[in-house]
Design a protein around this ligand. Structure first.
Ligand code: 3PG
Length: 221
């Protein structure tokens, strides 16, 4: 990825968050997302197939930007970077995970939902933060309020975002991109329902309002 992670996220606006049970389904999923014009995915470490799925996607779907999600500890960060993940995502801020990502030279989006958490991450140099669980943490009013004092911070809200609320989230200038599982639910991936996944990906990819800009880009490393 030659662009900054924030620029990439802003460009796409939506990141399909996926659970892949069988790595053999990863390629079909990746190709469907690329064909739909949403060539980005966050493969969560909630299944044993995550590492192998990331490896296969990197090897076989070169157009796809592959993130690793649910990175809760340094060994998971090592697994994801070894498999070739372009970026890591964690629901909270874990200094050991952050250190591992930085050592590997891979971008990471740590999570923060309160002023104190944001300040801690900001002090460590992070200005692109996951906002999870987005809806339960106060939703659009909360993220908009946080954007007031933290003018240099952009957020990736995830958790509870659905197709009918996506446009409202993306209209918040501080929102770089939204994550969500609705585009490629676990069962649809497992059953190989890639046409349906591509349809939802296409709809989501067209949601971002044109000319939404906010703050500056950061390489987040
Ligand atoms: C995540 O993995 O970040 C969230 O659990 C996704 O939440 P959703 O299923 O509500 O999209």
């Amino acid at each position: 990825m030659s662009e900054s992670l924030e620029a990439v996220l802003r460009h796409h606006g939506v990141v399909p968050v996926v659970e892949i049970v069988d790595a053999a389904t990863a390629i079909g999923l990746g190709r469907a997302l690329v064909a739909a014009g949403l060539p980005i995915v966050e493969v969560t470490y909630r299944t044993d197939a995550a590492e192998e799925s990331i490896r296969r996607l990197r090897a076989e779907v070169p157009e796809l930007i592959v993130g690793a999600g649910t990175v809760l500890d340094p060994s998971t960060a090592r697994s994801a970077t070894a498999a070739g993940a372009h970026f890591l995502v964690s629901p909270g801020y874990n200094p050991a995970v952050v250190a591992e990502a930085r050592d590997a030279g891979v971008g990471i989006v740590p999570g923060a939902v309160t002023p104190s958490e944001i300040e801690r991450a900001r002090e460590a140099g992070f200005t692109l933060l996951k906002f999870f669980p987005a809806t339960a943490s106060g939703g659009i009013p909360m993220v908009s309020a946080l954007a007031g004092p933290y003018r240099d911070v952009s957020f990736m809200p995830t958790g509870g975002i659905r197709p009918d609320t996506l446009a409202d989230w993306l209209a918040v200038p501080a929102v770089a991109a939204c994550g969500g599982t609705w585009i490629a639910p676990r069962d649809d991936i497992a059953a190989g329902r890639f046409d349906e996944i591509a349809d939802r990906a296409r709809a989501a990819a067209g949601t971002r309002l044109p000319a939404t800009t906010h703050n500056s880009d950061h390489s987040q490393r």
